[in-house]
Unconditional design. Structure first.
Length: 209
């Protein structure tokens, strides 16, 4: 059961994607970076075990995207700075992901109550909290939907992040913003016995886990 932001905990499977590789890396992994003086940082290499970076494309032309960021948010709330907009901002930035679950469920119930009902949840999008230059996407799928009917396809091969190429991606993503990281291990964590985590990228072209 997902406990992530906007999860529909009882009825839907989901995945998150981002429109930039950096967005995917910061959302899924680099959030665990410990930042020290002068940009020196420590990232737990063990978290790369089992993690991959993939590119996905949305091929379902009927899919709807509901943006929760400006300027598209103004279509929902034209006043731009009212309490509703502030509430949306809180939902897309709060670290307390459990507090967003009721709002996701309310949206789903509202769509079901329309005449005719809207059976399918839209893809939600908002500016990444971890990497603000990127937009993240949340795609919902009823639990009985199989991957080949989800409306997404993977493009190319997945890139293991515990490989030298993957570690270089992590190091570059940190270096671009002035952070220096020297990994303790630069070999595949398949030979290690640590614990781990993961993530992805967006509609059209994106890394996806």
């Amino acid at each position: 059961m997902s406990k992530a932001r906007f999860a529909l905990t009882s009825s839907h499977a989901m995945f998150y994607a981002a429109d930039e590789i950096e967005g995917a890396l910061w959302e899924a992994l680099l959030r665990y970076t410990a930042i020290g003086p002068k940009g020196q940082c420590d990232f737990p290499t063990a978290k790369l075990k089992g993690q991959v970076l993939s590119c996905v494309r949305l091929v379902d032309a009927s899919a709807k995207v509901l943006s929760l960021s400006r300027p598209a948010l103004l279509l929902l709330f034209p006043d731009g700075d009212g309490p509703a907009v502030q509430a949306v901002k809180e939902l897309t930035t709060t670290p307390d992901h459990a507090s967003t679950h009721a709002e996701a469920a309310a949206l789903y119930d509202c769509l079901q109550a329309l005449d005719p009902p809207v059976r399918r949840m839209p893809i939600l999008s908002w500016k990444s909290r971890q990497f603000e230059d990127s937009t993240v996407y949340l795609s919902y799928h009823p639990k009985d939907v199989t991957p080949d009917t989800s409306g997404w396809v993977q493009v190319g091969e997945s890139q293991p992040l515990d490989s030298p190429v993957g570690i270089n991606l992590i190091r570059t993503a940190l270096q671009i913003h002035g952070f220096m990281w020297t990994p303790v291990n630069t070999f595949s964590t398949e030979s290690l016995h640590d614990e781990a985590d993961v993530m992805d990228e967006s509609p059209n072209q994106s890394p996806f886990d």
